[in-house]
Design a protein around this ligand. Structure first.
Ligand SMILES: *Cc1c(COP(=O)(O)O)cnc(C)c1O
Length: 398
């Protein structure tokens, strides 16, 4: 096919050329005397991304899923009770993992399209007067439905009820795109990955572990070895890794952290909000379609799940977009398969890149017989972006 592929799945996101070039390096000795400089620079950069002074960032040679497992097996004891909620494929998979690892999962079932049910967490924690619940799981950004939850509100509930449970947050599709505050929100383990907001290929599990979680890990008897926090933290303390790290991924991460710092983390969030609003204008004002997210306070700034009208199959739209227009849209997962397609709007993006996704999705929907008005999505996004102040990184005036 001529031209390039337009990658708009919500991870892996587009890897900037700067990062690709930074990754094209010869291999080097990861036990050399100069290696600790790289480790220290990256870990310090990650602390700023996680917004923490006291917690320890950790890089595992895995994807985000490995960090889910590390959180459960490092900080808990076999069979411990865990409170979680399920409202999409990713919150589901973490619950499923907890069950498969033998934890006593108390799962709050929530309609897909809504987010973390704060008041039901409160009720469950209030009722747990003997503190059997050892950890609370929250998915900050449910990538399957495009729903963002309020992590600060869950911390508030833990504080209000005086409950000592650890707070584990899945920020895989939020970190580096949507605000996350490790220290301020009292998060004990944050789970993320390299291939979403951090603009890298998949291959690094990026996680961060509070002092409280590290204490819990010391008392945990759950079997683990490769994903042991203590091994990693001890080795990182000397500037090294307990086993061979991926050299290209480390150089790539160093570059992506530099890019984020050059733009400014808060500006990165503002750019994601501004771009997401344009996509939402295309969906709602342009196409007159609905988002899977049920109300504006759930809307995600890193991914939109768009519901196709009754009687149409979203999978056909996705297939048409890929085969005919070289555009990769995100598929509907599990319960919403065939009902939604997703546009990932995270990472290294600007308005006109997103225009390609909006135009391509629109052409594909028309090809599949979905009665949207030709040009309406692009017109609505254009109207939004032209009439709102653009972030500096997109050429807007400061
Ligand atoms: C992508 C994603 C994951 C899974 O991460 P992998 O890197 O694919 O293992 C987990 N949670 C959320 C919210 C995600 O978006």
């Amino acid at each position: 096919m001529a031209g390039h592929n337009f990658l708009f799945v919500p991870g892996p996101s587009n890897v900037p050329n700067r990062v690709l070039r930074a990754m094209a390096v010869p291999m080097e000795d990861h036990r050399s005397v100069k290696f600790p400089q790289l480790t220290r620079e990256i870990l310090a950069g990650l602390k700023r991304i996680f917004k923490t002074e006291t917690a320890s960032p950790i890089l595992f040679p895995s994807s985000g899923t490995g960090c889910w497992e590390a959180a459960l097996t490092n900080c808990l004891n076999p069979g411990d009770r865990v409170l979680a909620s399920r409202f999409g494929q990713f919150s589901h998979l973490w619950c499923d993992m907890g069950q498969r690892l033998g934890f006593d999962m108390n799962i709050l079932e929530v309609e897909w399209g809504e987010g973390t049910p704060t008041e039901r967490y409160r009720a469950a924690l209030e009722a747990d007067t003997e503190h059997h619940i050892k950890a609370v799981l929250v998915c900050q950004n449910e990538t399957a439905t495009g729903v963002t939850s309020d992590i600060a509100a869950i911390r508030q509930v833990l504080n209000d009820t005086g409950h000592p449970a650890l707070l584990f947050v899945d920020s895989v599709s939020a970190l580096g795109s949507i605000d996350f505050r490790m220290d301020e929100w009292g998060v004990d383990v944050c789970v993320a990955g390299s291939q979403k907001g951090l603009m890298l290929p998949a291959g690094l599990g990026v996680t961060c572990v509070s002092q409280k979680a590290q204490e819990a890990a010391k008392n945990s008897r759950h079997p683990r070895c490769y994903f042991d926090y203590q091994d990693m933290i001890k080795s990182n303390g000397t500037g090294y890794f307990p086993y061979t790290p991926s050299i290209p991924m480390l150089y790539g991460l160093k570059e992506s952290l530099t890019m984020i710092e050059e733009e400014g983390l808060e500006n990165v969030f503002a750019r994601h909000r501004y771009l997401a609003e344009g996509v939402r204008a295309a969906v709602q004002q342009g196409w007159k379609l609905s988002l899977c997210a049920k109300s504006p306070h759930w809307y995600s700034d890193s991914v939109s799940a768009i519901v196709v009208p009754e009687g149409f199959n979203a999978a056909q739209v996705i297939e048409r977009a890929f085969r005919r227009y070289n555009l990769a849209l995100g598929t509907g997962l599990s319960k919403v398969a065939g009902k939604v397609f997703r546009i990932g709007h995270l990472g290294d993006l600007n308005e006109l890149m997103l225009m390609a996704a909006i135009a391509g999705a629109e052409m594909s929907m028309l090809d599949c017989g979905i009665p949207v008005t030709p040009g309406s999505g692009v017109a609505a996004a254009s109207e939004y972006w032209r009439t709102h102040q653009a972030p500096a990184a997109l050429g807007g005036m400061a």
